[in-house]
Structures are given as structure tokens and as C-alpha cells.
Design a protein. Structure first.
Length: 219
């Protein structure tokens, strides 16, 4: 976990694509896309059907490691409107157990806007915590500090002829975009114009490794 400051608050960035806010004992995650594999399976494209279990395994591990008492999921938690209903019984049971003992917040994303019922927790379109707005997609015209997801940023680098790609955070003085945590989520290059437009001037790719944060300006 790598300490860093954003909007006057102290956070810990996790290399596993999550953010911990010690002041609230809150684990922030984005773009879980539960049941993505089963959605593709309905259209004849069969993927290993264990993505929800793998994603939940990661969340449980991060909750245990950080001691989190809250999980705030910043949208696209389910891959589609029926994703929550398709959760395997054992995954649903484990997820319900987590939402029952933690302060679990589901922020609505573009993929899961039509979900009828979530396995516990509370749902909001966006939320404000200590002056920071939590939403799914960054609002480039809102000057207020904001943490979001949606873009699944990845930082790509060529080193000695090898191409390296890692999930990363993208930030500026008032915007912070989280990488996607979901097991089957892809990624958009952190330097893509849509990401830079959303974040505004001073955009940087932030890659937590070991005990430090690598920072790469996005021009």
C-alpha cells in the first residue's frame, strides 16, 4: 500500500487496483463487472465462468488486508442490468455476507443502471464524502474534487523492446480515476484523449509499486 495525498486527504493506493481511505476505513473499488462472462455466454462467446468468484476473492482479500469497515463501489459493479440476478448461489451468499457486515455503497454506472436489486448494500447515483464526490464517470466541467472509475485506465510502456501494461490510477489536482478491479475487465490507455479530457490539465498516470508511487505525465 502506497501513501499519497489527494484533495487534502490521505489515501493508500493498492497495486491490486483499489484505494483505501484510512479516515473512513473505506475500500474504494471500481468497475467490478460481476457476471461479464455469463453475459458473453448468452451470445455464444464462452469465457471461463469464474470471473465473479475471482473478483470477489480479490475484494475479500483486500478487506482483510486493510481492515476496511466499508466498501464503496464506483459503478459498473455488474456487467449488465441482469448481472446481479445471474450471480452463482455461492458467490451471492458470500457477497450478501460482506454487504451485511460492511458499509457497502453501490454507485450506479452506465452498465448497471437497470439492476433491479443488489445483494445488500445501499445504492446512490453519486455521493459526497468530506468534500470529495464519488461518482462513476468523471465530470470534466465540475471543479469539485472527485473520485471515479469508468475508463479502466492502463499505463503502457516499452522497455528494451518489451511492452509492459499495468492497471493504473489517473489523477490531477481535482480528479482521480480508479483502475478497474474486475477479473475480466480490459483497459483503455491512460493517455487516451477521453481520459485526458475527463481529468483536465496536469493529468498523470499513477502506478503504485512496492512502497512508492510512480508518476508519468500524460501529454
Amino acid at each position: 500500500m502506497v501513501p499519497f495525498s489527494f484533495a487534502g486527504h490521505e489515501f493508500l493506493a493498492l497495486p491490486e487496483a483499489a484505494l483505501f481511505w484510512p479516515a473512513h476505513s473505506a475500500l474504494l473499488v471500481a468497475d467490478l463487472h460481476f457476471e461479464k462472462a455469463s453475459w458473453f455466454g448468452r451470445f455464444g462467446q464462452f469465457l471461463p465462468p469464474h470471473d465473479s468468484q475471482a473478483t470477489l476473492d480479490m475484494i475479500e482479500m483486500l478487506v482483510e488486508r486493510t481492515g476496511a469497515r466499508a466498501v464503496w463501489s464506483l459503478g459498473d459493479s455488474f456487467h449488465d442490468a441482469d448481472g446481479a440476478a445471474r450471480l452463482p448461489a455461492k458467490v451471492r451468499e458470500r457477497l450478501c455476507a460482506l454487504t451485511a457486515r460492511l458499509d457497502w455503497l453501490w454507485i450506479t454506472g452506465n452498465h448497471d443502471v437497470g439492476v433491479a436489486e443488489t445483494p445488500g448494500g445501499r445504492r446512490m447515483v453519486e455521493a459526497e464524502v468530506d468534500g470529495i464526490w464519488l461518482r462513476h464517470e468523471a465530470d470534466p466541467v465540475d471543479p469539485r474534487p472527485e473520485i471515479s472509475g469508468h475508463f479502466h485506465p492502463k499505463f503502457r510502456l516499452s522497455l528494451r523492446g518489451r511492452h509492459v501494461s499495468r492497471r493504473c490510477f489517473v489523477g490531477s489536482s481535482s480528479k482521480l480515476i480508479l483502475p478497474a478491479l474486475g477479473a475480466l475487465t480490459g483497459g483503455l490507455d491512460a493517455g487516451h484523449g477521453e481520459i485526458r479530457r475527463a481529468v483536465g490539465p496536469g493529468a498523470m498516470a499513477l502506478v503504485p509499486v512496492a512502497d512508492r508511487m510512480l508518476r508519468f505525465p500524460l501529454g
